[in-house]
Ligand binder design. Structure first.
Ligand SMILES: C[S@@+](CC[C@H](N)C(=O)[O-])C[C@H]1O[C@@H](n2cnc3c(N)ncnc32)[C@H](O)[C@@H]1O
Length: 196
């Protein structure tokens, strides 16, 4: 059997119907007050682009990159229906460089490639913000990947982005009343220093 490429894998997921979420990530929804009123924003590994749609609605020049052209076409249709402009790019974000000091805001949700962390930091302009949210090894729910390579270890998100000043960090882990709180994921908003 021919090996399935990453693009084919994700295209198959998205062509199975748009059951995946169009909702922006919680880290962005809970911290929209931190967004600048204008500037360049990137939703990296955007999927259906809920984060990009929110940022375009907030007046940012929104860019959305993903390996799945099917997800990107669905996003373009959504954006068009809402009268928004989103610059989509089909690419493998694990290969190739991110443009340096280019984005005022960068959002990553439900995607983890540890090797990208330094490139993400360098893609932020001085004073730029990173919103990051993804699943942890302590997740209780079925949702999210099972492969630990794609799960954050306890406390890992904040150390991956230790080059940024944290403005917000949330990781309830498995502490206390597990029926309450924000479980399954870790979330960070970090700001890059103005001085480089
Ligand atoms: C779990 S989905 C998350 C989508 C969206 N960020 C969200 O939170 O709903 C992971 C996304 O990463 C994309 N992806 C996976 N590997 C990628 C790569 N190497 N380059 C670009 N996109 C990739 C997939 O196509 C998919 O849309």
């Amino acid at each position: 059997m021919m090996p399935v490429s990453l693009q084919e894998k994700w295209n198959a997921i998205y062509s199975g119907g748009l059951s995946r979420s169009l909702a922006p990530s919680r880290v962005l929804l809970e911290n929209t007050h931190l967004l600048p009123g204008s500037g360049m924003a990137l939703d990296l590994a955007c999927g259906l682009g809920g984060n990009a749609l929110l940022m375009a609605e907030r007046g940012l020049a929104a860019h959305a990159w993903d390996i799945s052209d099917i997800a990107l076409h669905a996003l373009e249709k959504q954006a068009c229906g809402r009268g928004l402009e989103i610059n989509t790019r089909q690419c493998d974000v694990e290969c190739g460089d991110l443009p340096q000091e280019s984005f005022d805001v960068l959002v990553v949700s439900h995607f983890l490639c540890r090797a990208l962390a330094p490139r993400i930091v360098s893609a932020l302009k001085p004073g730029g913000l990173l919103f990051y949210q993804t699943y942890t090894t302590e997740k209780l729910a079925e949702e999210g990947p099972r492969n630990p390579d794609y799960l954050l270890k306890p406390g890992e998100l904040i150390s991956l982005f230790s080059a940024l000043r944290p403005l917000y960090y949330r990781e309830d882990g498995i502490v206390g009343d597990l029926s309450l709180g924000w479980r399954n994921e870790a979330a960070l908003v970090g700001i890059k220093s103005q001085i480089t």
